[in-house]
Write a protein that binds this ligand. Structure first.
Ligand SMILES: [Zn+2]
Length: 367
């Protein structure tokens, strides 16, 4: 485990922020992470969602000593089976950002409990370059001011830089306000279709499994924009998915008290009892490992992590369809069942197709 800290100063020097990233490789630190499963997790993006950083500490505690902490956690929460999970952990590297928005957090700690933006009033989860700056009819600058341009803010730049260098397979942006497991898109209704449909279906199945196993099915699961009830523009998760091509890009919402008064933000976004806090930290720490245990079933993950069943399914489809098939009939079968059309040639076709779409989305967002 090692920690690094970087600083970003805006060009006119009027504002800056530092970002601390903790890197954990349960199998031992290595110089390159090429063959590892790479997971990037972000906490504390919105200032008032204090509880998220507590979960960061819960996760780090387990990652620091998985042989002991993971076993007791899984037993306590009745989640997963430890041996395959420990094996997968040994092949993984985690970069954990315990508190992205440290300047906003200081504002909250000084007593402004409803502040969610950064130290100069910008929502750092509206400052990213996909569909940046678009406003919904109920737009409130006190909540969602997206900045003067995409990536105007140090926080968004620092996290993007970390992702570009690390090239994660999984990105999880942890928030509070409700209980939900979200996937793209945030800025429009629905999940990725066309070439992205198969991976999207696999992600949805992954999240539904985590929801059932850890939360008894009580979380909202699905695309963020559709499931949360409002569209969000310029979010980190849409950028990770659309531009950086992170195969599994997620936003988790870990707690919400809908009975809290509108002005009682502390209570709305954070548990107020010790037992409540411990339950949130424990269950969401377990959720990371419930997700990890489903990596071998997701064909968007690197091939060396596939389960024998998934590898066999892909091989069977390959043998049936032969290499080089990219007929529309085969494409259609992907939308119906994730594994049906999984010849490698089709996968390659989708990668090309999806990259093209991603680029056109980026171009559109920049205009
Ligand atoms: Zn939030």
């Amino acid at each position: 485990m090692q920690a690094n800290q970087t600083i970003f100063v805006v060009p006119d020097m009027s504002y800056n922020s530092t970002l601390r990233i903790v890197t954990v490789e349960p199998g031992g630190l290595t110089a390159t992470h090429t063959d590892k499963l790479r997971i990037l997790v972000n906490f504390g993006q919105h200032a008032r969602e204090l509880v998220t950083s507590e979960i960061a500490l819960g996760l780090l505690r387990v990652l620091a000593d998985p042989a002991r902490e993971l076993l007791t956690l899984l037993e306590r929460r009745r989640v997963g089976s430890p041996i395959p999970m420990l094996e997968l952990l040994a092949k993984s590297v985690w970069k954990v950002i315990p508190l992205e928005n440290s300047r906003g957090r200081a504002v909250v700690e000084a007593g402004r409990f409803c502040e969610r933006r950064n130290g100069r009033g910008v929502d750092t989860n509206r400052n990213w370059g996909v569909d940046w700056g678009k406003k919904e009819p109920d737009y409130d600058p006190n909540e969602e001011f997206p900045g003067t341009k995409a990536f105007s803010e140090p926080e968004a730049n620092l996290v993007r830089e970390a992702a570009v260098l690390f090239q994660p397979h999984i990105w999880i942006n942890v928030h509070s306000g409700m209980e939900a497991l979200f996937m793209p898109f945030d800025h429009k209704v629905g999940a990725p279709g066309g070439g992205g449909a198969a991976a999207s279906n696999a992600t949805l199945a992954m999240l539904a499994g985590v929801n059932k196993e850890v939360f008894g099915g009580r979380c909202v699961v699905g695309p963020g924009g559709k499931s949360v009830g409002y569209l969000a523009h310029g979010t980190a998760t849409d950028y990770m998915h659309g531009i950086l091509k992170v195969p599994v890009s997620l936003t988790w919402e870990v707690f919400g008290d809908e009975s809290a008064a509108y002005e009682d933000c502390y209570r709305m976004f954070n548990p107020t009892t010790r037992e409540g806090l411990e339950a949130v930290v424990d269950s969401w720490t377990a959720a990371f490992f419930a997700l990890l245990s489903r990596v071998p079933d997701h064909m968007g993950m690197p091939r060396q992590f596939w389960s024998p069943q998934l590898a066999a399914q892909v091989a069977a489809v390959r043998a049936r369809d032969g290499l080089g098939l990219t007929r529309p009939a085969v494409l259609g079968s992907w939308g119906l069942a994730p594994w049906m059309g999984a010849s490698l040639a089709v996968v390659a076709f989708f990668v090309v197709l999806f990259r093209r779409r991603g680029r056109s989305r980026a171009t559109h967002a920049a205009q």
